[in-house]
Design a protein around this ligand. Structure first.
Ligand code: BEZ
Length: 211
């Protein structure tokens, strides 16, 4: 199933390392990150799960619940967790979905047969508190993801959801932002009384609101 930006993401029930969940109920009012990793006991995946565990306080700070998935069974997740702790210095501190029958992987189109018909690709789905898809990424098995980038884009998503601004290339929290073309100069005077810089009529730069 193709899930597009703005769609309500599919709900599902699954076994996880922290007990059975119903996805939407588990998300509650939080933001969510659902990510797949191709297979347990593989090198790149081991580093990725260690990084997510290291960054868990950063996800918490942003009110984001993180959940991983692979098509391995639950018992394998528990054994692998010890390897992740030993080699990465961080044990998984977030739930991992066991999806051996690929129910969730198929629902979220995480298996791309021309890449592999037995493993998932590295998918990331960022879900808002309204359960709608805000961002998705697909990486191949050979490239580990940069989870700092996922935090960075969540900062952008949360900021733009609150203030109706947009963020420029390579933006990071604290940098100036863009007044969207949908906001007239008149309306911008109300929203940004401290003023802004007009580089072009369509390119107006303002200090990050709320800072
Ligand atoms: C890895 O995580 O290292 C990996 C997983 C599947 C295929 C290739 C690499």
């Amino acid at each position: 199933m193709t899930i597009r930006l703005g769609d309500v993401v599919p709900d599902f029930e699954a076994e996880t390392t922290e007990g059975p969940i119903k996805f939407h109920e588990w998300l509650g009012d939080s933001w969510g990150v659902l990510f797949s990793h191709p297979r347990n006991f593989t090198p790149v995946c081991t580093t990725e799960l260690g990084q997510v565990a290291r960054l868990k306080p950063e996800f918490d700070r942003r009110n984001v619940k993180v959940i991983g998935l692979s098509v391995d069974p639950l018992a394998a997740h528990d054994v692998w967790a010890a390897d992740i702790a030993e080699t990465q210095g961080y044990a998984p501190n977030f739930p991992l979905i066991a999806d051996p029958d690929r129910k969730v992987a198929d629902l979220y189109d995480m298996i791309h047969p021309n890449a592999s018909d037995t493993m998932t690709v590295r998918s990331v789905f960022v879900v808002g508190p309204d359960k709608k898809l805000k961002l998705s990424l697909t990486y191949p098995a050979s490239a580990g993801r940069n989870f700092d980038e996922i935090l960075r884009v969540i900062d952008s998503l949360q900021l733009t959801a609150t203030y109706g601004v947009a963020t420029p290339a390579n933006w990071k929290d604290g940098d100036d932002v863009i007044i969207t073309p949908a906001v007239s100069d008149e309306a911008a005077k109300e929203k940004f009384p401290q003023g802004w810089k007009t580089l072009k009529p369509y390119l107006r730069i303002v200090a990050q609101p709320g800072k």
